[in-house]
Write a protein that binds this ligand. Structure first.
Ligand SMILES: [Zn+2]
Length: 96
């Protein structure tokens, strides 16, 4: 893929996502949600539209992850992410 084309795609995606939303950032970087504790993976690609892995998918998957109890570490005081994720089952074990 041409580098300029790739950069254009990435900059368009960034404009459509909320960089302050750790769920959207996690979806964009990982293209799935992966639990840091047990390793379970989920794509949240339930849409009939073939929108994976577009920014639209990132927003939709982020909403579903948040609604279903996934925990993504929020940014630190400097706005940096470690994007650690925990699935609902592991959150329950951790008492979150
Ligand atoms: Zn887990």
């Amino acid at each position: 893929m041409d580098r300029k084309f790739l950069l254009a795609l990435l900059s368009n995606a960034v404009r459509e996502l909320d960089i302050n939303n750790q769920y959207q950032c996690h979806a964009f970087i990982n293209l799935r949600f992966v639990c840091s504790a047990c390793g379970v993976e989920i794509f949240f690609n339930e849409s009939e539209e073939d929108d994976y892995p577009t920014p639209k998918w990132c927003r939709s998957a982020a909403d579903k992850a948040q609604r279903t109890g996934w925990f993504i570490s929020p940014p630190d005081a400097d706005g940096n992410y470690d994007l650690t994720a925990h699935c609902p089952a592991c959150n329950a074990k951790r008492g979150i």
